[in-house]
Design a protein around this ligand. Structure first.
Ligand code: ADP
Ligand code: MG
Length: 499
């Protein structure tokens, strides 16, 4: 049977029957219906509950962060922030001015590739030296002196975006490396201590006051400007989120506070692939990655992987001789050579001739022979992979919001969202808050991938009801983790003083 025209792009009338057949079978695997996403969302909530409980085998780590307050925009002071999470190390000086205003000075340092697999003490020495260089800068130093608050030691918030079992606001044990890092000597150890030791070794007068995940930093930073922030999420090299949970739902620890920020570590959702609609192209990527079987969900969503999934699909079509006349290129044959950014460039092209796509194919991938139909297929494949990523992101976001509404910190607000997954009509009425639930988001994929936000919003409306677009506001918290880490250092320093 030939294609149903609704799945393939309108231009498919010029495609051969074989092209239609193969591309359609791929589309069928990648397109996720509302009902499929609802089922996943239900499972996601189920796994959130398992993670909040005492059960040892959990997919979602649901890590308590020991951060029990959110900033309201009145905080003041000068703090250092450090962000290690992916491609770059960033050192920042954040001057909080109160009144939701702040100033940021920052410098990126490229982590040399060999350090991603060197002993962790070498990595930490590199970080300590980078901080030393940053604060020695005349301009930065003047700022620090100007805003000094008594002690000579600068307080630092450390954004460390790998799975950590946090044991205090300033201590946490690395559970595993992800995103291409694999430094021996770190797993099982306290990363704050590892950094503080390096700072001491290199005689840098800085105290590591708080350890935060980048999602937590993003949540705190967004909260400084938008006090109703409930979720902080990242769609960058990797993906993850944190949210505000009511203390009574957290069974893994006791706290006197009413609520605490929980780091979900959602990249590991459904690690056994029991529910996720993984394709052979996802499995190929996973098998060839440095951490097979781990963070399968992240591998369907984030910037490190989307290009490689697309590459796998394109090679599949080439091998079936329906793309580029069955010929690949040396570059396209290389693992990880198809960057996610190329997908953005390809999806951006809305011209009729698709010449900009030809330029990507030629200049980036060395594919000189490509027809209009080839370019249409390449664009459609990018849309399938990109749209699936955005819809899975929305699925997880919807699940976290539902959890907040049904059991957690949003419970008392009575938002008029569809709550019962089995309830098909939109009959539920809200009674309470009309304030939007804010989601602070950072990461190049959310920021730069065409339509990523709109695709997420469309899917949120499918899952939460048509009110979702007013009541759930997705906002960019660009480089929020730096500001958030500074805010965490401030919260930690305050806690120490009042203790
Ligand atoms: P990090 O997560 O390391 O802090 P980013 O948020 O910048 O950094 O995310 C980097 C990831 O985003 C990389 O995997 C890269 O492939 C991807 N990326 C960079 N630019 C774009 C773009 N224009 N469109 C889509 N993805 C991009
Ligand atoms: Mg980042």
């Amino acid at each position: 049977m030939l294609s149903s025209p609704s799945i393939l792009p309108t231009t498919h009338s010029k495609w051969s029957a074989r092209q239609c057949e193969l591309v359609e079978s791929i589309a069928n695997e990648f397109i996720l219906s509302t009902s499929k996403l609802e089922a996943l969302s239900k499972e996601f909530i189920h796994q959130m509950h398992a993670g909040l409980g005492q059960d040892k085998s959990k997919d979602l780590a649901m890590i308590p962060t020991f951060i029990t307050g959110r900033p309201d925009g009145h905080e003041r002071g000068c703090y250092l922030a450090l962000d290690l999470g992916g491609t770059n190390l960033r050192v920042c000086l954040i001057t909080l001015k109160g009144n939701h205003e702040l100033e940021t000075q920052q410098k990126p340092f490229k982590v040399p590739e060999h350090l991603q697999e060197a002993h962790v003490s070498e990595l930490m020495d590199f970080i300590a030296i980078s901080i030393k260089k940053f604060i020695a800068n005349k301009h930065i130093n003047a700022k620090i002196v100007e805003h000094r608050t008594g002690s000579d030691t600068l307080e630092l918030g450390f954004t460390f975006s790998f799975p950590v079992a946090q044991t205090a606001i300033d201590a946490g044990t690395l559970l595993r490396w992800t995103k291409g890092f694999n430094c021996p000597g770190a797993v099982g150890n306290d990363v704050v201590q590892l950094l503080q030791d390096a700072l001491n070794r290199k005689e840098v007068n800085v105290h590591v006051a708080a350890l935060v995940n980048d999602t937590v930093g993003t949540l705190l930073a967004h909260s400084y400007q938008n006090p109703n922030t409930f979720i902080g999420a990242i769609f960058g090299t990797g993906t993850n989120a944190s949210y505000v949970e009511s203390a009574q739902s957290i069974k893994t620890m006791k706290t006197d506070a009413g609520e605490m920020i929980i780091n979900i570590e959602w990249g590991n959702f459904d690690k056994d692939k029991a529910f996720l609609p993984v394709t052979i192209h996802d499995n190929k990527l996973d098998r060839e990655s440095i951490n097979p079987g781990i963070h399968v969900f992240e591998k369907m969503i984030s910037g490190m992987y989307l290009g490689e999934i697309t590459r796998n699909v394109l090679l599949h079509l080439i091998d079936h001789r329906v793309l580029f006349e069955g010929t690949s290129s040396d570059i396209l044959n290389q693992h990880w050579a198809f960057e996610t950014k190329y997908m953005s460039d390809i999806e951006k092209d809305s011209s009729s001739t698709l010449i900009p796509i030809a330029q990507v194919l030629e200049q980036k991938l060395g594919i000189y022979l490509n027809t209009q139909v080839d370019r249409e297929i390449v664009k459609f494949v990018c849309q399938l992979v990109g749209k699936r990523a955005a819809r899975l992101s929305a699925m997880a976001t919807a699940a976290v919001i539902r959890q907040g509404l049904a059991h957690g910190a949003l419970h008392s607000h009575g938002y008029p969202l569809k709550l019962d997954l089995d309830e098909k009509d939109d009959a539920d009425k809200g009674t309470g808050s009309s304030e939007a639930i804010r989601v602070g988001i950072d990461g190049s994929v959310f920021e730069h991938y065409p339509h990523f936000k709109e695709r997420m919003q469309e899917c949120l409306a499918e899952l939460l009801g048509s009110h979702a677009n007013e009541l759930v506001q997705l906002g960019i918290a660009k480089d929020g983790s730096g500001v958030g880490a500074a805010l965490a250092a401030l919260i930690a320093a305050k806690n120490t003083k009042s203790a």
